[in-house]
Structures are given as C-alpha cells and as structure tokens.
Design a protein around this ligand. Sequence first.
Ligand code: NDP
Ligand code: VSD
Length: 309
Amino acid sequence: RPVTIPIKNRHVFVTGGSSGIGLALAHQAASQGARVSLLARSLNKLQEAKESIRRSSGLDVSIFSADVRDYDAVQKAVNDAGPIDVLVVNQGVFVPQELEKQGLDEIKFMIDVNLMGSFNVIKAALPLMKERKDRLPASISLISSQAGQVGIYGYTAYSASKFGLRGLAEALQQEVIADNIHVSIVYPPDTDTPGFEKENEVRPELTKLLAGSSGSMKADEVAKKALDGIKSGSFTVPCNFEGHMLAIATAGLSPQRSFLMAFIEVASVGVLRLVGLFFQWNWYQTIENWHAKKNSKFAIIELSIYTLE
Ligand SMILES: NC(=O)C1=CN([C@@H]2O[C@H](COP(=O)(O)OP(=O)(O)OC[C@H]3O[C@@H](n4cnc5c(N)ncnc54)[C@H](OP(=O)(O)O)[C@@H]3O)[C@@H](O)[C@H]2O)C=CC1
Ligand SMILES: CCCCCCCCCCCCCCCC(=O)[C@@H](N)CO
C-alpha cells in the first residue's frame, strides 16, 4: 500500500555523508527541514561538509567520525546521534579490476565496507528506530548500484557486495514492516563524485565500455531521485531511464507498493527480458572484439620485432 515518509523536522542519518551522493542528499534533506547527521571516517572531510551545509542552508548538522567496519564505533556514534527516523546507508568503496588480478585484501575491503558495514550500521540503529516515540513512518534506505542489478566486467567483488544488499533489504523489509519502517534500495548508474573520479584512474577499459550502456548522472540528480524514492516509501528506486528498464527486467520478487508500477512490470517484463538479452549479446560482442583487438596488437608487435630482426 502507498505511504509517505515525512522528513521535515525528522532525524536523517547519512553514512558516507561527507562526499558525493551522500553529501548531496544531506544538503537536500537539510534544505527540506530535516535534522541531519553525517557519519564517515575522515573528520576533515566531515568538517568541510558541515561547513558547506551551514553556508548553503544556514543549518547545523552533527558529524560522527567512525569506520563502518568497527561495530563499537558505529554503535557509539548512533547512540550519540539519538533516535533516527530516516537512515541512509550510503557508504561504499569501489575498486574495479579483473578478479584474477585483484588481491583478496581488496575484495575483502569492498565486502567489509559495502556489505558488512551496512549490517553494522543497521544493527546499531534499529533498536532506537523501533522505539521512536512518534510512530510516524520511518525509513531505512540502502544505496546499491546498477552493478547490484546486473554483473559487469571488473566488478566481481563490488557487484557481489551490492547484490548482497538486495537480499538484506528484501528480508529486512518483512522484519520491520510491523514497526512502520519502510526499506528502500537505490540503484544509481555511474555518478560524477570524488569516488568515481578515483575509480576512473584504475577502471579497466571493458568496465568503461559496458558501464557506458547506462548514462551517467550528477550527484545532485541521484540524491534527488533517492530522496524522492525514500519519501514515497518505494522499495526499488531507479535513477535514470536505463535504471527503470533494469528495475523491471530484474523485478524478481521485490515488494511493490504502487499498483501502477506493478501493472507496468507485469505488462512489460517479457519484452524487457528480450531487451536485456540484446544488451548481453552486445556486451559479449564487445568483449570478443576487445580480445581480438588485443591479440592483433600483439601480433603486430611480434611481426615488427621479427621484421626488425
Ligand atoms: N559514483 C558512482 O558512480 C556510483 C556510486 N554508487 C554508490 O553510491 C555510494 C556513494 O558513492 P560516492 O558518492 O560516489 O562515493 P564517494 O567516494 O564520493 O564518498 C564515499 C563516502 O563514504 C565514506 N566512507 C568510505 N568508506 C567508509 C568507511 N569504511 N566507513 C565510513 N564511511 C566510509 C567516505 O568518507 P571517508 O572516506 O572519510 O570515510 C565518503 O563520505 C556508494 O555506496 C557507491 O557504491 C553507486 C553507483 C554509482
Ligand atoms: C533490460 C534493459 C537494461 C538496459 C540497461 C543496462 C545498463 C546497465 C549498465 C550497468 C552500469 C553499472 C554502473 C555501475 C556504477 C558503479 O556503481 C560504479 N561507478 C562504482 O560506484
């Protein structure tokens, strides 16, 4: 059933709120009258974020320096911040590389921050969320990725961490619905953020080529989609046109509170499976061509060495 989650005068707690999508969302929530708290590791970045929100909205946000991998530190921050009405679990790290080349330490880093870190944050925040006095609808939202809806070259560990969030979100929604808590999962495409800029320095060419199937967005645009999705209690929150197609093609057994969207899903899932297969066809062709080009480059180098000799 439809629901609206008010954010004015309510406590919005954003992890990874000192940069990119989280920071943009914090700005928007503050300007809509929410009381905002931010959690991230670097105190410097948190202070800059606090200052920039003060400058743009005149409002004071609370900041908490903690690593989501450290449960005790997260619990302390959440208890100091006070009961949360809208929890935005947004922290994330992404280092794309072929599995064969990627170290287990980097794989574990992504799973720990993106997936285990989300468990830590939710476990720490849930008891006080359930005890909130006003009984108004509350929200727990998770920032996944389109790479959490479909596996993409270079993202074995990252996709695994983001697909994991979906299982967490679907099961959790059944557990917290009786407490009037609504779970959302947001699936952004490539988004222009400091984290993305860093990712681009190491991104394999094929990752770039395949991820380019979905247009890229600005952090502000993604934050707006996310906040609108949260406020309307939508479970699945796509961010762009490709995202809407992906949401239908991968609807699975996710809950759906809009009768209109449910109808659109049922009517178009078949044809979108076909569209999805065309994308896969195209991606595997891109991969094949890339290997052929690489091999022919080697052949040319070998030939020139041979000629020189
Ligand atoms: N940008 C993109 O292309 C896309 C991003 N996403 C997802 O959106 C979310 C935000 O991404 P984006 O805005 O680009 O990221 P940024 O790298 O710009 O910001 C990441 C934020 O998370 C914090 N953070 C990172 N690690 C930890 C940690 N261990 N504990 C606590 N906080 C941490 C960072 O602060 P600090 O380093 O100080 O801890 C920072 O505030 C991520 O979950 C990402 O996977 C999804 C799709 C596309
Ligand atoms: C049924 C039809 C579907 C058609 C659309 C398919 C498009 C899929 C593109 C996936 C792009 C993944 C980007 C990941 C971004 C990200 O998370 C990184 N920047 C790291 O944060």
